[in-house]
Design a protein around this ligand. Structure first.
Ligand code: ATP
Length: 284
């Protein structure tokens, strides 16, 4: 028996860091949306007690460091599952890119294994389990568009933003999320993006409003470390994207575009110097 799950990437329409908490995590406010760029997981039952991870992508760990492995291990331990699984990851989401590829794989593994092993776990419980694997995993369990607070695990579902094209571009730079957060001086930030205003723009179905309210306090940190990312962002603006922002801790930069006729020019203009460019839709 085989189970398939899609694991879509997310983008941050806004990301604010309020302060660093005594437990070391940062208190955040983020509005996240899924986009139609997905990894695909194929899960097959194994007779023994083993967990095997395979992938066509040569650059991710295939051992217990893989988040899909950790998801399987967690379910086996908590629910005393005696059978094993082979999870094949068909990776399409760029790795260490600010698109939550690993978190989405973990969420898809939890959803898929819940079915494969007939565990009957509720979505609420899956989100709690996901929280143990990473702050973005609960959002990846539910998907759609949501406001995330706390360390990213407290979710308020939002209506879908106005449909548009999302052009994603990633330079060959791997950014460490921990490093970017480590360099951020949250108490010295002079301006903050507004979750309330972005939420209002989404609820009003205002594409212009969404573009206007895009903001990410991690952007300045990553752009200072990697000036090429700043150049990529400026190029996307110059090519005519309606709103441009870095996702998560980067380095992926995304542009929102309402008119389909503009997409080829922006896509081709970026492909001139950036190998990884994708034109996708929001998953609404
Ligand atoms: P986030 O936006 O949540 O910070 P990210 O998109 O920046 O995540 P990921 O693609 O999730 O980053 O990868 C971060 C690290 O996690 C990588 O360096 C990789 O070694 C590790 N990792 C573990 N499991 C996976 C997986 N299934 N897919 C991709 N990376 C994984």
């Amino acid at each position: 028996m085989k189970i398939y799950e899609k694991a879509p990437a997310k983008i941050n329409l806004m990301l604010d860091v309020l302060h660093k908490r005594p437990d070391g995590y940062h208190e955040v406010e983020m509005i996240m949306s899924m986009v139609d760029l997905s990894d695909r997981l194929e899960m097959s039952a194994l007779p023994g007690d083993t967990i095997i991870i395979s992938s066509q992508a040569g650059y991710i760990p295939l051992d217990e460091k893989n988040l899909a492995f950790q998801a399987a291990r967690l379910l086996k331990d908590r629910y005393d599952v005696r059978s094993g699984v082979h999870i094949h990851l068909d990776k399409k989401i760029p790795v260490a890119a600010g698109l939550a590829g690993g978190s989405s794989d973990a969420a898809a593994a939890l959803r898929g294994l819940n079915r494969l092993w007939n565990l009957g776990i509720s979505q609420e419980e899956l989100k709690k389990l996901g929280e143990e694997l990473g702050s973005d995993v609960p959002f990846c369990i539910t998907g759609g568009t949501a406001l995330a607070t706390g360390r990213g695990e407290k979710l308020t579902p939002l209506s879908a933003p106005p449909q548009c094209w999302v052009i994603l571009a990633k330079l060959p730079i791997n950014v460490s999320t921990a490093d970017v957060y480590g360099r951020l001086r949250a108490d010295e930030l002079v301006s903050h993006p507004s979750a309330a205003r972005m939420r209002a723009a989404i609820e009003q179905g205002s594409f212009d409003g969404v573009c206007r309210e895009l903001g990410n306090v991690l952007e300045d940190v990553t752009l200072e470390l990697y000036p090429d990312v700043a150049h990529l962002k400026n190029t996307m603006i110059r090519l005519g994207a309606d709103g441009v922002l870095m996702s998560g801790s980067g380095p992926t930069v995304f542009g929102l575009v309402s008119k389909e006729s503009k997409v080829p020019r922006i896509y081709n203009g970026l492909r001139g110097f950036c190998k990884e460019v994708y034109a996708v839709r929001l998953l609404t």
